[in-house]
Write a protein that binds this ligand. Sequence first.
Ligand code: TRP
Length: 330
Amino acid sequence: MKKRILTGDRPTGKLHIGHYYGSIKNRVKLQHEYELFYLVADVQALTDNFDNPQKVRDNIYNVIKGNLACGIEPENVTCIIQSLIPQTAELTIFYANLVSIQKLGHNPTVKSEMAQKGMDESTPLGFFMYPVSQAADITIVEANLVPVGVDQAPMIEDTREIARKFNQIYGDTIVLPEALYGATHNLVGTDGNAKMSKSLNNCIYLDESEETLRKKIMSMRTDPKRIHATDSGETEGNPVFIYHDAFNPNLEEVEDLKSRYKVGTVGDVEVKEKLYIAVNEFLKPIREKYIEFDKNDDLIKQIAHDGTEKARKIAEETMKKVRAAMKIDY
Ligand code: TRP
């Protein structure tokens, strides 16, 4: 029996190459080795976008299309829309009894998100407790593994603690998930910011046109200390070389550009021209598929519907066990 993986995205924007490099690329590989479930986390997206439901609504299909365009195969992957599994909300309420406010307050990811969003004393309860709801997402489908980077690792720790406590009190019921480390990566933005993010306006989208792609790459940040093409430059931590490493399959060309950059015998323009060609080659099939899927909302709807239906059955089975364990199976 293949182990089951749950992975997911919050539908808050169109997907970009940071998503591809960070997680989708890995999912595409994992779909053949594991039973892969892909969650469109609209309920979680609403915890900090409750005042903008249209944004969440508009992006549900966008994230599914983005994943499919990158090579996620609907016959291998179960796509789930979170809000259509109301059993998760039920489990969240029971889990909320098993974790203290203090403990939740220590989750470093939630803490830094709260600081970033300036929530201070007015943090909505729904946002504060989204790790509890994520614990329910994971365990309700009895996932064995969850791919994580640094920011999602605390969610798995909280999940394991809640699941352990449930099993201790009510008897062995919940499958304990494990974090799959090394399965996600971070890609800097075109401006060199540590994160590619819509709000920072430093993204290259999966359906980016050739024209805008070119513009975005030609205006990318490089080594700020290098003024002339004849100056020696730093390739380490330099966004254009980070992208070359991530997307240019021609390793010889990348090595050549790096060594010339270091001694000052190549200009930024050549480095960027070659980067544009490489990223464009990479994006071409994805862009084409994305545009194809974009014309076929019915297909996306069907995929999401079928996947959600399958997950809902598993969720209801889990809840039957949970209710029996908690003696509320009247
Ligand atoms: N927290 C994830 C994110 O920020 C989304 C998510 C919600 C998720 N529920 C999940 C991921 C369950 C993996 C498993 O993108």
